[in-house]
Design a protein around this ligand. Structure first.
Ligand SMILES: [Ca+2]
Length: 298
Protein backbone atom coordinates (compact mmCIF):
# COMPACT_ATOMS: atom_id res chain seq x y z
CA UNK A 1 0.00 0.00 0.00
CA UNK A 2 1.43 3.41 -1.00
CA UNK A 3 1.70 6.30 1.41
CA UNK A 4 -1.22 8.13 -0.12
CA UNK A 5 -3.39 5.05 0.22
CA UNK A 6 -2.30 4.61 3.85
CA UNK A 7 -3.13 8.22 4.56
CA UNK A 8 -6.57 7.71 3.08
CA UNK A 9 -7.14 4.63 5.21
CA UNK A 10 -6.09 6.55 8.34
CA UNK A 11 -8.34 9.42 7.36
CA UNK A 12 -11.25 7.09 6.75
CA UNK A 13 -10.68 5.37 10.11
CA UNK A 14 -10.46 8.71 11.89
CA UNK A 15 -13.67 9.90 10.32
CA UNK A 16 -15.29 6.58 11.18
CA UNK A 17 -14.24 6.83 14.83
CA UNK A 18 -15.37 10.44 14.99
CA UNK A 19 -18.78 9.48 13.61
CA UNK A 20 -19.10 6.59 16.06
CA UNK A 21 -18.02 8.77 19.00
CA UNK A 22 -20.37 11.49 17.86
CA UNK A 23 -23.29 9.12 17.55
CA UNK A 24 -22.68 7.51 20.94
CA UNK A 25 -22.47 10.95 22.57
CA UNK A 26 -25.78 11.83 20.89
CA UNK A 27 -27.43 8.51 21.66
CA UNK A 28 -30.64 8.64 23.64
CA UNK A 29 -30.85 6.07 26.40
CA UNK A 30 -33.50 3.37 26.38
CA UNK A 31 -36.42 4.52 28.49
CA UNK A 32 -35.66 8.25 28.21
CA UNK A 33 -38.84 10.29 28.38
CA UNK A 34 -40.12 13.19 26.33
CA UNK A 35 -43.37 15.06 25.85
CA UNK A 36 -44.57 15.01 22.27
CA UNK A 37 -46.22 18.06 20.69
CA UNK A 38 -49.54 17.16 22.32
CA UNK A 39 -47.92 17.00 25.76
CA UNK A 40 -48.18 13.22 25.95
CA UNK A 41 -45.27 11.43 27.66
CA UNK A 42 -43.44 8.96 25.44
CA UNK A 43 -40.52 6.65 26.24
CA UNK A 44 -37.59 5.92 23.93
CA UNK A 45 -37.07 2.49 22.43
CA UNK A 46 -33.70 2.12 20.67
CA UNK A 47 -33.49 -0.11 17.59
CA UNK A 48 -32.70 -3.69 18.54
CA UNK A 49 -33.55 -7.37 18.28
CA UNK A 50 -35.44 -9.87 20.39
CA UNK A 51 -37.21 -13.20 20.21
CA UNK A 52 -40.82 -12.51 19.25
CA UNK A 53 -43.55 -15.06 19.91
CA UNK A 54 -43.21 -18.28 21.87
CA UNK A 55 -41.80 -21.74 21.19
CA UNK A 56 -44.30 -24.59 21.14
CA UNK A 57 -42.80 -26.30 24.19
CA UNK A 58 -42.70 -23.07 26.19
CA UNK A 59 -46.30 -22.35 25.18
CA UNK A 60 -47.45 -25.78 26.42
CA UNK A 61 -45.72 -25.07 29.72
CA UNK A 62 -47.46 -21.67 30.01
CA UNK A 63 -50.83 -23.25 29.21
CA UNK A 64 -50.35 -25.64 32.14
CA UNK A 65 -48.58 -23.46 34.67
CA UNK A 66 -50.78 -20.40 34.12
CA UNK A 67 -54.00 -22.41 33.88
CA UNK A 68 -54.92 -20.91 30.50
CA UNK A 69 -58.64 -20.78 29.70
CA UNK A 70 -59.56 -23.27 26.98
CA UNK A 71 -60.35 -20.63 24.35
CA UNK A 72 -56.94 -19.02 24.81
CA UNK A 73 -55.07 -22.33 24.95
CA UNK A 74 -56.71 -23.36 21.68
CA UNK A 75 -55.94 -20.13 19.87
CA UNK A 76 -52.43 -19.29 21.06
CA UNK A 77 -50.56 -22.01 19.10
CA UNK A 78 -52.02 -20.64 15.84
CA UNK A 79 -50.89 -17.11 16.43
CA UNK A 80 -47.88 -16.90 18.72
CA UNK A 81 -45.58 -19.73 17.59
CA UNK A 82 -42.78 -20.18 16.73
CA UNK A 83 -40.47 -17.88 18.65
CA UNK A 84 -38.36 -16.13 16.03
CA UNK A 85 -35.77 -13.39 15.84
CA UNK A 86 -37.15 -9.95 15.03
CA UNK A 87 -35.19 -6.72 14.70
CA UNK A 88 -36.61 -3.21 14.83
CA UNK A 89 -34.21 -1.20 12.71
CA UNK A 90 -35.52 2.25 13.69
CA UNK A 91 -35.42 3.97 17.06
CA UNK A 92 -38.91 4.94 18.16
CA UNK A 93 -40.94 6.58 20.89
CA UNK A 94 -43.96 4.86 22.38
CA UNK A 95 -46.57 6.38 24.69
CA UNK A 96 -45.75 5.67 28.33
CA UNK A 97 -49.39 4.77 28.99
CA UNK A 98 -52.53 3.95 27.07
CA UNK A 99 -54.27 6.94 25.44
CA UNK A 100 -56.58 8.47 28.04
CA UNK A 101 -60.15 9.70 27.74
CA UNK A 102 -58.86 13.26 28.25
CA UNK A 103 -56.35 12.95 25.40
CA UNK A 104 -58.89 11.38 23.07
CA UNK A 105 -61.44 14.09 23.86
CA UNK A 106 -58.97 16.67 22.50
CA UNK A 107 -58.93 14.87 19.17
CA UNK A 108 -62.71 14.95 18.94
CA UNK A 109 -62.83 18.60 20.09
CA UNK A 110 -60.24 19.52 17.46
CA UNK A 111 -62.57 18.18 14.77
CA UNK A 112 -60.61 14.97 14.28
CA UNK A 113 -63.71 13.14 13.11
CA UNK A 114 -64.33 15.71 10.38
CA UNK A 115 -60.79 15.88 8.98
CA UNK A 116 -60.23 13.27 6.29
CA UNK A 117 -56.45 13.72 6.38
CA UNK A 118 -56.27 11.69 9.59
CA UNK A 119 -58.30 8.79 8.27
CA UNK A 120 -57.14 5.83 6.19
CA UNK A 121 -59.22 4.83 3.15
CA UNK A 122 -60.79 1.99 5.13
CA UNK A 123 -61.28 4.34 8.07
CA UNK A 124 -63.11 6.86 5.87
CA UNK A 125 -65.34 4.13 4.56
CA UNK A 126 -66.20 3.07 8.10
CA UNK A 127 -66.72 6.67 9.20
CA UNK A 128 -69.10 7.36 6.31
CA UNK A 129 -71.56 4.93 7.90
CA UNK A 130 -71.42 6.56 11.35
CA UNK A 131 -73.28 9.38 13.02
CA UNK A 132 -70.22 11.49 13.87
CA UNK A 133 -71.94 13.64 16.49
CA UNK A 134 -72.12 10.69 18.91
CA UNK A 135 -68.50 9.58 18.45
CA UNK A 136 -66.51 8.48 20.32
CA UNK A 137 -69.16 6.25 21.84
CA UNK A 138 -69.68 6.53 25.58
CA UNK A 139 -68.14 3.74 27.59
CA UNK A 140 -68.21 2.47 31.16
CA UNK A 141 -65.32 4.73 32.25
CA UNK A 142 -65.35 7.40 29.54
CA UNK A 143 -66.38 10.09 32.06
CA UNK A 144 -63.06 9.55 33.88
CA UNK A 145 -60.33 11.66 32.21
CA UNK A 146 -57.37 9.57 33.42
CA UNK A 147 -58.76 6.18 32.42
CA UNK A 148 -57.78 4.62 29.09
CA UNK A 149 -60.00 5.43 26.11
CA UNK A 150 -61.85 2.23 25.29
CA UNK A 151 -64.87 1.57 23.07
CA UNK A 152 -63.07 2.98 20.05
CA UNK A 153 -62.60 1.07 16.82
CA UNK A 154 -59.22 0.40 15.21
CA UNK A 155 -60.07 3.13 12.70
CA UNK A 156 -60.61 5.75 15.41
CA UNK A 157 -57.36 4.72 17.13
CA UNK A 158 -55.54 4.97 13.80
CA UNK A 159 -56.95 8.46 13.09
CA UNK A 160 -56.10 9.69 16.59
CA UNK A 161 -52.51 8.45 16.16
CA UNK A 162 -52.21 10.31 12.83
CA UNK A 163 -53.58 13.47 14.47
CA UNK A 164 -50.87 13.10 17.13
CA UNK A 165 -48.23 12.89 14.37
CA UNK A 166 -47.59 9.19 14.93
CA UNK A 167 -49.25 5.88 14.15
CA UNK A 168 -50.33 2.69 15.82
CA UNK A 169 -47.41 0.43 16.76
CA UNK A 170 -46.76 -2.64 14.68
CA UNK A 171 -47.18 -5.78 16.74
CA UNK A 172 -43.38 -6.16 16.74
CA UNK A 173 -42.83 -2.60 17.99
CA UNK A 174 -45.40 -3.16 20.72
CA UNK A 175 -43.95 -6.51 21.77
CA UNK A 176 -40.36 -5.23 21.77
CA UNK A 177 -41.33 -2.23 23.93
CA UNK A 178 -42.96 -4.71 26.33
CA UNK A 179 -40.35 -7.52 26.34
CA UNK A 180 -37.02 -5.88 25.48
CA UNK A 181 -33.84 -7.53 24.20
CA UNK A 182 -34.17 -10.24 26.88
CA UNK A 183 -37.59 -11.22 25.51
CA UNK A 184 -39.20 -11.26 28.95
CA UNK A 185 -42.50 -13.03 29.36
CA UNK A 186 -44.08 -10.06 31.15
CA UNK A 187 -43.05 -6.40 31.03
CA UNK A 188 -41.43 -6.65 34.51
CA UNK A 189 -39.81 -10.08 34.13
CA UNK A 190 -40.50 -13.74 33.47
CA UNK A 191 -42.74 -14.56 36.42
CA UNK A 192 -46.34 -13.56 36.87
CA UNK A 193 -46.91 -11.04 39.70
CA UNK A 194 -50.60 -10.23 40.18
CA UNK A 195 -49.86 -6.87 41.87
CA UNK A 196 -47.95 -5.61 38.81
CA UNK A 197 -50.87 -5.49 36.39
CA UNK A 198 -54.52 -4.46 36.34
CA UNK A 199 -55.84 -7.87 35.37
CA UNK A 200 -56.83 -10.50 37.91
CA UNK A 201 -60.17 -9.98 39.61
CA UNK A 202 -60.73 -6.55 38.05
CA UNK A 203 -64.16 -5.54 36.83
CA UNK A 204 -63.37 -2.28 35.00
CA UNK A 205 -60.50 -0.07 33.84
CA UNK A 206 -58.03 1.67 36.16
CA UNK A 207 -56.53 5.16 35.80
CA UNK A 208 -53.48 4.74 33.54
CA UNK A 209 -49.97 4.47 34.96
CA UNK A 210 -50.85 3.18 38.45
CA UNK A 211 -48.79 -0.02 38.35
CA UNK A 212 -45.26 1.38 38.43
CA UNK A 213 -43.65 -1.93 39.42
CA UNK A 214 -45.14 -3.41 36.26
CA UNK A 215 -43.11 -1.11 34.00
CA UNK A 216 -41.37 -2.61 30.98
CA UNK A 217 -37.63 -2.23 30.33
CA UNK A 218 -38.26 1.20 28.75
CA UNK A 219 -40.70 2.28 31.44
CA UNK A 220 -43.90 1.70 29.45
CA UNK A 221 -46.83 1.10 31.83
CA UNK A 222 -49.96 -1.06 31.57
CA UNK A 223 -48.45 -3.04 28.69
CA UNK A 224 -49.93 -5.95 30.60
CA UNK A 225 -53.52 -5.30 31.53
CA UNK A 226 -55.83 -2.36 32.02
CA UNK A 227 -57.08 -2.28 28.41
CA UNK A 228 -55.89 -4.53 25.60
CA UNK A 229 -54.33 -2.53 22.76
CA UNK A 230 -54.94 -2.28 19.05
CA UNK A 231 -51.78 -2.68 16.94
CA UNK A 232 -51.43 -2.18 13.19
CA UNK A 233 -51.09 -5.80 12.11
CA UNK A 234 -53.75 -7.95 10.61
CA UNK A 235 -54.15 -11.25 12.42
CA UNK A 236 -52.75 -14.20 10.49
CA UNK A 237 -52.57 -17.86 11.44
CA UNK A 238 -49.01 -19.16 11.04
CA UNK A 239 -47.65 -15.73 10.09
CA UNK A 240 -44.58 -16.14 12.32
CA UNK A 241 -43.38 -19.06 10.22
CA UNK A 242 -42.60 -16.71 7.35
CA UNK A 243 -42.45 -13.20 8.80
CA UNK A 244 -39.35 -11.16 7.95
CA UNK A 245 -36.63 -10.60 10.56
CA UNK A 246 -36.54 -6.84 10.07
CA UNK A 247 -39.53 -4.64 10.93
CA UNK A 248 -42.35 -7.12 10.29
CA UNK A 249 -45.72 -5.47 9.71
CA UNK A 250 -48.01 -8.49 9.76
CA UNK A 251 -49.93 -10.24 6.98
CA UNK A 252 -50.77 -8.16 3.89
CA UNK A 253 -54.46 -8.36 4.59
CA UNK A 254 -56.96 -10.00 6.87
CA UNK A 255 -60.29 -9.72 8.67
CA UNK A 256 -59.22 -9.22 12.26
CA UNK A 257 -56.64 -7.06 13.94
CA UNK A 258 -54.10 -8.23 16.49
CA UNK A 259 -54.63 -6.92 20.02
CA UNK A 260 -51.99 -7.06 22.73
CA UNK A 261 -51.49 -7.16 26.46
CA UNK A 262 -54.65 -8.62 27.97
CA UNK A 263 -57.33 -6.62 29.76
CA UNK A 264 -58.88 -5.99 33.16
CA UNK A 265 -60.52 -9.18 34.33
CA UNK A 266 -58.57 -11.48 31.99
CA UNK A 267 -55.81 -13.77 33.28
CA UNK A 268 -52.03 -14.24 33.54
CA UNK A 269 -51.84 -16.33 30.34
CA UNK A 270 -53.47 -13.59 28.28
CA UNK A 271 -51.42 -10.92 30.09
CA UNK A 272 -48.16 -12.27 28.63
CA UNK A 273 -46.55 -9.89 26.15
CA UNK A 274 -46.37 -12.54 23.41
CA UNK A 275 -50.08 -13.30 23.61
CA UNK A 276 -52.26 -11.75 20.95
CA UNK A 277 -56.00 -11.62 20.96
CA UNK A 278 -57.76 -12.87 17.89
CA UNK A 279 -61.46 -12.01 17.82
CA UNK A 280 -61.99 -8.50 16.58
CA UNK A 281 -62.23 -6.81 13.22
CA UNK A 282 -61.18 -3.17 12.82
CA UNK A 283 -64.73 -1.80 13.14
CA UNK A 284 -65.33 -3.56 16.47
CA UNK A 285 -65.22 -1.76 19.79
CA UNK A 286 -65.78 -2.55 23.42
CA UNK A 287 -64.68 -1.62 26.92
CA UNK A 288 -61.66 -3.94 26.88
CA UNK A 289 -59.78 -2.37 23.97
CA UNK A 290 -57.72 0.81 23.86
CA UNK A 291 -54.37 1.71 22.33
CA UNK A 292 -51.17 3.74 22.50
CA UNK A 293 -49.20 5.65 19.86
CA UNK A 294 -45.73 5.19 18.36
CA UNK A 295 -43.64 7.91 16.72
CA UNK A 296 -40.48 7.02 14.82
CA UNK A 297 -37.40 8.86 16.11
CA UNK A 298 -35.94 11.41 13.69
CA1 LIG B 1 -52.71 -2.30 28.27
Amino acid sequence: MGNLAKQNVVRALTIGVALMTGSSAMAIEAGSERQDESGVTQVFVPAGCFQMGTNESALSAFINSLDAPEWAANAAPKYETPAHKVCLTNDYWIDRTEVTNAAFAEFAAAGGYEKPEYWSEAGKKWLSGQYIAILPLPCDSSDKPDHPRACITFFEAEAFAAWRGGRLPTEAEWEYAARGPESRTYPWGDDWVAEHAHIVGQTRTSPVGQYLAGASWVGALDMSGNVMEWVQDWLGEGYYESSPVNDPTGPETGYKKAEKGGWWGSNPFVGRSAYKHFEDGPSYNDGHIGFRVVTLAE
